[in-house]
Structures are given as C-alpha cells and as structure tokens.
Design a protein around this ligand. Structure first.
Ligand code: IPE
Ligand code: IPE
Ligand code: MG
Length: 248
C-alpha cells in the first residue's frame, strides 16, 4: 500500500499525517461569537501544527480546509473562508519558503473559487516547488469521491483495457500520485467520521479523534496523537509476528 521506501509499519513517526480540522464553529459558539471568529482563530493552530509536524519528522502533512460539501454553507461563511484562506496563504508564504516546505493544493476545481485565490494557490505551489522539506498539501474544495470519479474518467480516456486496470494503475490516475498513503488521520472536535476525505489514501490509516476543537489544538495535542500512533499495532490484514510464547 505504502508507495516506496521503508514499510509504514516500521516507522515510529508516521510518514503522512492528515488533519481534518474540525470544530471552528463550536469554538466560536461557545464564546457567543459568530462562526467566522472560529475560522479566524484556526489560523494560529494551522501555523503551529505545520511547525510541529516538520520538527517531529513528518514528511507529508495534509490539512483538510474545505470540502466539496462545504459549499452548502451560508454564502457569508463561504465568502469569509475564501478571504481568510487568501490572507493566510499570502501572509505565511515567506515562512513556508524559508522552512523548506513544498506546498500543494488538492481539489480547487469549482468555478466559485475566486480567481485571485486560485492564483495565490498556484503562485505558492510554484514558489515552493523546489523545496525538499516536508510536503504540505492543503485539501481545498476537496472530495474523495470526486477524485475517484475523475481517476475513472482519466483511465477510460487513456484507453486502458478493463483487464489491465490494477490498484496501482488506478492510483496513478488520482491527483498527486506521488503522495504516499495516509498513515495517521487526526480529526479534532470529537466527530468520528470520514466526511469524504481522501477516500483512496486513507484505506489503511490509523485514526485518532482528540476531543479538542481545532482552534484549541496545540503542539502537545499533536505530539500526543503521534504517541498514540506509535503504540498502535499496524497489521495490514496480516497476523502479528510470532513470539516465543505462541503455540505451534
Ligand atoms: C471546520 O470547522 C472548518 C471547516 C469545515 C471549513 P467547522 O466550521 O466545521 O466547525 P463545527 O464543526 O461547526 O464546529
Ligand atoms: C469536514 O468537516 C471538512 C473539513 C474539516 C474541511 P465538516 O464539519 O464539514 O464535516 P461534517 O459536515 O461534520 O461531516
Ligand atoms: Mg464541522
């Protein structure tokens, strides 16, 4: 499943960590603030988690920022998010470049995305393309099912005979095929669902559901999730290796 290199099971630090950044609205509601205040407060967490993941040796970090379903939200909230993400991308571009972080944006196909924002995404991607530190993927206007349907379309267009379609070949038609499978998903706020996130690449991910809202999620909480991961026993469908005490 893991594409290349050392098997995921042998790693103490997960190679690819993905965060479903959930709970901004509830963070604001608990303070009698508008939901948008929760999104604004999320910025500090995003910056801290990027730094913490990089220092911990995580090679791939994916942040789920906006789903294909989030377009259902009130127009004012969607507009606020578009503006906020634009400000955050512009503000932190120099830091990301200085830290050697390669940035990518997963999704970004809906015509409702403001042109200026799409251009900022493209500019940050180009600016950091030569970086060889951690790869940060921001899933924005992302839907796992849409990616799978697009991959199927791409395969059909390529004229591949049905009998030659394998899992590896299919994965080559997904966006960013060089991205390894997700090892650990952290979904904050206590919600325990996938919400259409990277469906193909989370097939064998470990999941943690810290009971902390995203704006309150800090470096120690992230490191606690890495610790939980370290204590998990990843089997990938196999049986655990035999120990001396096992019956023959
Ligand atoms: C996550 O926080 C941010 C986005 C989905 C953009 P929410 O806005 O979903 O916060 P809750 O779940 O309503 O608390
Ligand atoms: C998932 O959170 C999407 C992001 C965090 C960007 P949601 O808050 O939109 O998910 P549901 O609606 O609770 O499943
Ligand atoms: Mg939510």
């Amino acid at each position: 499943m893991d594409q290349g290199g050392e098997p995921a099971a042998a790693r103490a630090v997960p190679r690819h960590v993905a965060c479903v950044m959930d709970g901004n609205g509830r963070w604001a509601q608990r303070r009698s603030l508008p939901r948008t205040a929760g999104h604004r407060a999320a910025e500090a967490t995003v910056v801290e988690i990027i730094e913490t993941a990089r220092s911990a040796g995580v090679e791939w970090l994916t942040l789920y920022a906006f789903s294909t379903e989030n377009w259902k939200r009130p127009g004012a909230e969607v507009d606020y998010l578009m503006g906020l993400v634009r400000r955050v991308v512009r503000k932190h571009a120099p830091l990301l470049l200085a830290r050697g972080i390669r940035c990518r944006f997963l999704g970004v196909t809906d015509p409702r995305i403001p042109l200026g924002l799409a251009q900022d995404f493209a500019d940050l991607t180009t600016l950091t393309d030569g970086n060889r530190g951690m790869t940060l993927t921001v899933a924005f206007d992302h839907g796992g099912r849409r990616d799978i349907v697009e991959a199927a379309r791409s395969l059909i267009r390529s004229g591949t005979p049905a009998d030659e379609v394998t899992e590896d070949l299919f994965a080559q038609h997904l966006p960013f095929p060089d991205t390894p499978d997700v090892d650990l998903v952290i979904r904050t706020s206590g919600e325990q669902r996938i919400s259409n996130f990277m469906l193909w690449k989370v097939a064998y991910a470990e999941w943690t559901f810290p009971d902390v809202l995203w704006p309150d999620f800090r470096a120690p909480d992230f490191l606690a999730c890495l610790d939980t991961y370290r204590r998990r026993d990843r089997r990938f469908g196999d049986v655990p290796p035999p120990t001396n005490g096992d019956p023959r």
